[in-house]
Write a protein that binds this ligand. Structure first.
Ligand SMILES: NC(=O)c1ccc[n+]([C@@H]2O[C@H](COP(=O)([O-])OP(=O)(O)OC[C@H]3O[C@@H](n4cnc5c(N)ncnc54)[C@H](O)[C@@H]3O)[C@@H](O)[C@H]2O)c1
Length: 270
């Protein structure tokens, strides 16, 4: 990505203390934006912000926030506006992942997944849009969705439904706010090699070799590959793109999947 793509912009990334959120915060800073690393874990957010500021030479601040609480989302936006005078970019990355059979899922787990992943993204987006409109400025929102919104897997009943809701909300906000020059898009990653995913594989909850067989490009995404798509959608290079969900998935969702990839290739070869 071009180093000056987002020069002068101010960005907030939620769920940015680690994983894909941290990679997005880094890529936005590398593209020239001042960034606020916002996370439920305030101490981890501060550590990540310090690391990214040193690595990129950019202004990277941190904020502790539970995005499920609308008052905290409003305070997050107000704090950033007070500090920088503006916020141009919002990346809604915070989410709770619960992998559990549907028969065992309880209402508290369902509600937390939705209140963080869907309502949290809405509350931050609403506070963001209000301050963009108040300044008669322009803005870009990117929601981090998942391929599970389209193609689920065992143990994902609530999580997959929450990502489908996020995709739908992306379209609704895009059309409501297009007239205010606020674009709203989503990026839907496939399996991405974050520490959390590596841990799930280490614990035997996911099987690397089985999953990559399903991915035409034959590997997990790197967090930086998701972040590059986010930077693009936040930039003026995407100035006529809104209401879209961009799969960054190595071809996962293009694959009908009715037969393992290596067998498809063998059939083609005869
Ligand atoms: N890693 C993958 O394979 C993958 C694939 C598809 C989509 N995603 C999506 O990408 C995003 C990031 O995933 P990840 O693997 O980096 O996750 P992660 O668990 O490593 O990071 C999530 C971050 O969100 C923060 N968070 C949780 N609840 C919060 C709250 N209420 N308020 C603020 N912050 C909160 C956590 O503290 C954590 O730092 C999520 O939206 C996830 O659904 C991940």
């Amino acid at each position: 990505m071009a180093a000056d793509l987002l020069t002068g912009k101010v960005a907030i990334v939620t769920g940015a203390a680690q994983g894909i959120g941290a990679a997005c915060a880094r890529a936005l800073a590398e593209a020239g934006a001042a960034v606020v690393v916002a996370d439920l874990d305030g101490a981890a957010a501060t550590a990540t912000a310090t690391e990214l500021a040193t690595a990129t030479g950019m202004t990277v601040a941190s904020a502790a926030v539970d995005v499920a609480d609308a008052a905290q989302c409003r305070a997050l936006l107000a704090g950033a506006v007070a500090q920088y005078g503006r916020v141009d970019i919002l990346v809604n990355c915070a989410a709770v992942v619960v992998m559990k059979p549907a028969l065992e899922l309880d209402v508290a787990e369902w509600e937390r997944i939705f209140s963080v992943g869907v309502y949290g993204a809405f509350a931050c987006s609403q506070a963001f849009a209000q301050q963009v409109i108040a300044r008669s400025s322009t803005g870009a929102i990117v929601n981090i969705s998942s391929i599970t919104a389209q193609q689920s897997a065992h143990g994902r009943a609530a999580y997959a439904a929450s990502k489908a809701a996020l995709d739908s909300m992306t379209r609704s906000l895009a059309l409501e706010w297009a007239g205010h020059d606020i674009r709203v898009n989503a990026v839907a990653p496939s399996h991405t090699a974050t520490d959390r995913l590596k841990q799930a594989i280490g614990e035997g909850k996911l099987e690397h070799d089985v999953i990559v067989q399903r991915i035409p490009m034959g590997r997990f995404a790197a967090p930086e590959e998701i972040a590059d798509a986010v930077v693009f959608l936040c930039s003026d290079r995407a100035r006529f793109i809104t209401g879209q969900v961009l799969a960054v998935d190595g071809g996962y969702t293009a694959n009908g999947g009715w037969i393992p990839l290596h067998e498809q290739i063998e059939i083609e070869r005869g």
